[in-house]
Design a protein around this ligand. Structure first.
Ligand SMILES: Nc1ncnc2c1ncn2[C@@H]1O[C@H](COP(=O)(O)OP(=O)(O)OP(=O)(O)O)[C@@H](O)[C@H]1O
Length: 268
């Protein structure tokens, strides 16, 4: 369990989530400093989306507690202005245009119109959406929808940004825009919690990586630290590291041998 850090942007303690008889999360603790880009990895069904939904206050944990920027996530009213969330299936009104959608969200977020107008135009331009900004979203490609949803998540300039597969379905240029944008937010002090299966994105932007397996955090460290843990040694890729710590029985091995082997990444 991480040491309790009152200044952490995300502080989760011993999260458990049980659905019926199925254990989705089995004691996950996180302590993520402000300004960190945290890459959250794990195989299908590991519990990543469940964790994100708990960290954003959308799902109640069965046990455990979460504070984001010092706010208990149960306090939705206090939390909402401080966090942005891009879920795997983003909520967009298909009958709106991107400009209408973003105007609508700006209004919901109480962003003053002059500030909102400037930001919306800047983001539309940044994500190559200006020419299509008045077309209905239902006519957009998957990538255009994803970019619109990303802008929607960041429009209010949140302190902490939760991104679930932000580059999924994007062409290389659009994916690069998102990656650059994530790096830019981090440079400005935003904490980014990034769940993805695309390891090159994590390699490009993450300061720290956590690997979830069967509802447990089985490894945590910088991408370089995780790579150096891979069986292939220092030259191992993040993919090697991911496969090593998520192979059958890896969770037990890691938990048992954490201090004995003094690995460079901090296993859980
Ligand atoms: N609402 C729910 N009701 C019952 N079981 C659920 C529910 N949501 C998630 N689960 C279960 O919890 C476990 C973790 O699911 P979760 O969606 O968090 O995984 P994930 O790591 O995000 O997976 P993926 O990479 O495939 O998106 C899975 O076994 C899943 O079936």
């Amino acid at each position: 369990m991480p040491s309790t850090n009152g200044d952490a942007a995300i502080e989760a303690t011993d999260l458990r989530k049980v659905y019926g008889s199925a254990v989705a999360l089995d004691g996950v603790s996180l302590s993520i400093p402000p300004g960190t880009v945290y890459g959250f990895l794990g195989p299908n069904g590991a519990g990543k989306t469940t964790t994100m939904r708990i960290l954003t206050g959308l799902t109640q944990p069965t046990d455990g507690s979460v504070r984001v920027v010092g706010v208990d996530v149960g306090d939705r009213r206090a939390l909402a202005p401080r966090v942005g969330y891009l879920p795997e299936t983003p909520p967009l009104y298909e009958e709106f245009s991107a400009r209408e959608q973003l105007d609508y969200v700006a209004d919901l977020r109480d962003i003053p119109p002059s500030v909102a107008d400037e930001r919306i135009e800047r983001y539309l331009d940044q994500f190559d959406l200006t020419d299509d900004a008045d077309k209905r979203i239902e006519a957009y490609s998957k990538g255009m929808k994803q970019k619109t949803a990303f802008v929607q998540a960041v429009l209010h300039d949140p302190d902490v940004l939760f991104l679930d597969e932000p580059t999924s379905g994007l062409d290389p240029r659009a994916a690069r825009r998102i990656r650059e944008s994530i790096a830019g937010f981090a440079d400005d002090g935003t904490t980014v919690f990034l769940s993805t299966h695309i390891l090159s994105v994590v390699e490009a932007v993450a300061d720290e990586v956590g690997v979830l397996l069967d509802g447990r955090l089985v490894a945590e460290g910088t991408p370089e630290e995780l790579q150096s843990r891979a069986e292939t040694g220092e030259s191992g890729s993040l993919e090697d590291a991911f496969l090593a710590v998520t192979s059958d029985g890896a969770a037990d091995v890691d938990a048992a041998s954490a201090s004995a082997e003094s690995p460079t990444a901090e296993p859980r």
